[in-house]
Design a protein around this ligand. Structure first.
Ligand SMILES: Nc1ncnc2c1ncn2[C@@H]1O[C@H](COP(=O)(O)OP(=O)(O)OP(=O)(O)O)[C@@H](O)[C@H]1O
Ligand SMILES: [Cu+]
Ligand SMILES: [Mg+2]
Length: 813
């Protein structure tokens, strides 16, 4: 008796189809493996094996030995306790060091961690323990919805602290006005000038409101690094404890309030903390808004559904709808789940998913999607995908993942903030010494004030926010426009594109060809109907869009199609079949030459004529002799020409690629304004063409819809899949264009360019504050509270700048 098991491994590290072949060979050689199949585009290896002879561990090992890696599971955490990008970097490092963890990324702005791991080697609780040991908390991320609550809670917490610290700081701030000559006429109550009173007022701010800075600083230092907490804790403590020292000194000398009393800095520390908390509060508010896109996507989901079960109509929660249920959708209702129209006629507004504002006509057999809006008619649909599988749920997942992912540019920010803090502390100490010993010898308070200002102004908190907030806002806005970026990386790559390869069928054209011409050879004894019956029979087995068009056209003429006995598809050439004992060959000139059908040449002239008109003509031979020709025509999408024009105006080279013949391709290309055409490219040649352009130094985007486009999509710097195309293409792509129109391509590039310039602005501002502020503070021109305000402002301005991306307008909407 033989038992066999099947498993699918996610493989990482493959760079081309050759890698996939190597792995496939390696796996197949293993004892106990009966079949291994590696899909390069999906990065998956599916293996059928005998569990008695080999186990999954062994399979993974053999993949690793070849220099690749496997990912089997991933988990998401919600993190607590991070205060700046240095914390995020530390957690990321810590997790990545754990044996069994393949890949961990931490998003500071979203406070999340994504960890890919091998389940046998490491447990989720190990990861949580590791994070805890580093001084943070990792909570397993629940299903969507939860982060918003947490954010609201965080905002409430900030609000309370802000209130306490403001109430206590205001009286201290009041005493400050008596320091300046131009405000000294303002009345200040005597009691506020009392050092003891000031100390008591400042204490809760310093130690209750400011506690997170201490604990954050402690954790960071214990792990051998430094973050913004260290700077804030150091700066404010110096001010507070120096003032305490002054107070005690003053008290021991008799405690007289004449001559103004001692120099105190209680208000400096209190106001600083208040301002930092104020900044954090605004930051939390604004960060909440960057996830607006997700929230509004989740809000699209219908709450209930009307289903027909056992002849009865029931209204049930949408979660309870099962695949296969018959769902009734009345005019004005939201479609609750994905399904196929079983009965009825209506138009449906799909703009929420595709960004396309024109309603789409639906009739029996058409697919409908959850969250879209039914307009005028009633529909009866059969549910096909529910819960996590619906298009909406998939979109939410992609957007969430994209928002949580890192753009390569962030590495720059991470590297800078990692070394920033120690350098700043050093600069502050040196400045203190220079002022105290050289510039104004013996003036301790002045030197201290300068050191505090430097510590505060140099805080790199804005730097940590610069990239992730822009990525979140940018990918969220793109999703609203019907453009799904699968990760920050692709959002970044897209702005560099300078060449675009468009697949012809289904991308430039509608991909719904129609049978237009039938030509039969004068020499055949067959009449047209008999010829078409044979052609239809042969094509019936093919899944190629051309075949579907031919079959539909023949059936439309009322011709009965007999069953065929054998069938073979020859990708890029055509098909071979046996119909009623006769051998049939249909396809290109090349196919006829390959099959040695010499008399087909007589039809070449007529064929060329059809092709010049933009039609795809296919030759058919029966029993080795040319018998006739069929031609189909595909119309270009209405928006294609305008989109090509926009791409060219953006300075991008536009190329059309197709397996179709040169003349048809040129005719179609001319209709949309493309000059550069690559025709008669075999399916496996598309990826090679992408590579050729890359070797010329181009950043290439490939846009396609079909299964045969997947390798090219994966090879290109950015692969864009037409959302109305196949799932395989979408899996292989980096960007999905939900609307299925070329006009989304310039929009995607525009969105990417906007996002990247937004990130650059943010980095510039974040770094600018620090680099300009430090020298100003060092020469003593920046009071500590001004430095605090500037720091708070820098974080807030970075987040607000990122939010501008949510209002980006594109041409096509
Ligand atoms: N089922 C079929 N029946 C007849 N001819 C076919 C069939 N499949 C392919 N061919 C022929 O082979 C050619 C190349 O097919 P291929 O699938 O590579 O490209 P395509 O679908 O025409 O164009 P694109 O690359 O833009 O999708 C077609 O133009 C057609 O002439
Ligand atoms: Cu800061
Ligand atoms: Mg095709």
């Amino acid at each position: 008796m033989k038992t066999s098991k099947q498993t699918t491994l996610q493989v990482t590290g493959m760079t081309c189809a050759a890698c996939a072949n190597r792995i496939e060979k390696g796996l197949n050689k293993l004892e106990g493996v009966s079949a291994a199949n590696v899909n390069f585009a999906l990065e998956q290896a599916s293996v059928t094996y005998d569990p008695g002879k080999v186990d999954v561990q062994r399979l993974e090992e053999s993949i690793r030995k070849l220099g690749y890696d496997t990912v089997k599971e991933s988990v998401d955490f919600q993190l607590e306790g991070m205060t700046c990008a240095a914390c995020a970097a530390r957690i990321e490092k810590g997790l990545n060091k754990l044996p069994g963890v393949q890949h961990a990324t931490v998003n500071f702005a979203m406070e999340t961690a994504h960890v890919a791991y091998a389940p046998g080697e490491v447990a989720v609780s190990d990861m949580q323990q590791k994070v805890e040991k580093l001084g943070y908390k990792a909570v397993l991320k629940q299903e969507s919805g939860e982060p918003a609550d947490r954010r609201a809670q965080e905002i409430r917490k900030h609000k309370l602290k802000l209130l306490i610290s403001t109430i206590l700081s205001l009286p201290l701030l009041w005493t400050m006005v008596s320091h300046f000559s131009f405000t000294s006429w303002i009345y200040t109550p005597e009691i506020l000038m009392n050092p003891w009173v000031q100390m008591v007022l400042a204490a809760p701010v310093q130690f209750y409101v400011g506690w997170p800075f201490y604990s954050g600083a402690y954790k960071a230092l214990r792990n051998g690094s430094a973050n913004m907490d260290v700077l804030v804790a150091l700066g404010t403590s110096a001010a507070y404890f120096f003032s305490v020292y002054q107070t005690i000194l003053w008290a021991s000398e008799g405690g007289s309030l004449h001559h103004g009393g001692p120099a105190l800095y209680f208000e400096t520390s209190a106001v600083l903390i208040t301002l930092v908390i104020l900044g954090k509060f605004f930051e939390a508010l604004a960060k909440g808004r960057t996830s607006e896109a997700i929230k509004s996507l989740m809000g699209l989901q219908a709450k209930t559904a009307r289903v027909e079960r056992d002849g009865q109509e029931l209204t049930i929660p949408v979660e309870d709808v099962l695949a296969g249920d018959i769902v009734l959708v009345r005019p004005g209702d939201k479609v609750p789940v994905d399904g196929v129209v079983a009965d009825g006629l209506s138009s449906v507004d799909e703009s929420m998913l595709t960004g396309e504002s024109l309603p789409v006509e639906k009739q029996a057999g058409d697919a409908v999607y959850g969250a879209t809006m039914n307009k005028n008619g009633s529909l009866k649909i059969r549910a096909t995908k529910v819960g996590k599988d619906t298009a909406l749920a998939q979109i939410i997942k992609v957007v969430e993942e994209a928002q949580g992912s890192k753009a390569p540019i962030q590495r720059v920010a991470d590297a800078i903030s990692g070394i920033f803090v120690p350098i700043v502390v050093a600069v502050a100490i040196v400045s203190f010494l220079v002022w105290y010993f050289l510039i104004i010898p013996g003036d301790f308070p002045n030197a201290l004030e300068i050191a505090i200002s430097i510590l505060v102004i140099a805080c790199p908190c804005a730097l940590g926010l610069a990239t992730p907030t822009s990525i979140m806002a940018g990918s969220g806005r793109a999703a609203e426009l019907g453009i799904l970026f699968k990760g920050g990386e692709h959002l970044e790559q897209t702005h560099k594109i300078d060449a675009i390869i468009l697949d012809k069928t289904g991308t430039v054209t509608k991909g719904k060809p129609e049978l237009t011409d039938v030509v039969t050879d004068e020499d055949t004894d067959e009449d047209t109907d008999a010829f078409l019956a044979i052609v239809g029979s042969a094509e019936k087995n093919s899944e190629h869009p051309l075949a579907e068009a031919i079959v539909a056209g023949i059936e439309g003429r009322g011709i009965a199609i007999p069953a065929s006995e054998a069938f073979e598809a020859i990708p890029g050439y055509g098909i071979k079949a046996v119909v009623q004992g006769r051998s049939v060959v249909i396809g290109t000139r090349r196919l006829m030459e390959r099959e040695g059908i010499a008399d087909a040449e007589s039809a070449y002239n007529a064929m060329t004529e059809l092709e010049m008109a933009g039609k795809t003509a296919m030759l058919a031979a029966v029993d080795g002799k040319y018998a006739g020709m069929v031609a189909v025509a595909d119309t270009v999408k209405e928006t294609s020409a305008a989109a090509v024009k926009r791409l060219k105006a953006m300075g991008i080279q536009v190329i059309m690629i197709t397996g179709d013949n040169e003349r048809t391709a040129q005719a179609i290309a001319a209709q949309v304004g493309i000059e550069h055409v690559l025709a008669e490219v075999l399916p496996e040649g598309k990826a090679a063409e992408v590579k050729k352009l890359q070797e010329q130094g181009k950043h290439v985007a490939m846009v396609g819809d079909g299964i045969n486009d997947a390798p090219a999509l994966a090879t290109a710097n950015v692969g864009m899949a037409i959302g109305t195309g196949t799932d395989v293409a979408m899996e292989a792509a980096d960007v999905t264009l939900m609307r299925g129109e070329l006009s989304s391509i310039p929009d995607a590039i525009y969105m990417s360019r906007k996002t990247m310039s937004n990130i650059r602005q943010n980095l510039f501002w974040a770094l600018g504050y620090n680099t300009l502020g430090i020298p100003v503070a060092a020469i003593g021109l920046l009071a500590p509270w001004v430095a605090g305000a500037a720091m708070a402002l820098s974080s807030v301005s970075v987040v607000l700048n990122a939010l501008r991306l949510q209002r980006v307008k594109v041409k096509s909407s």
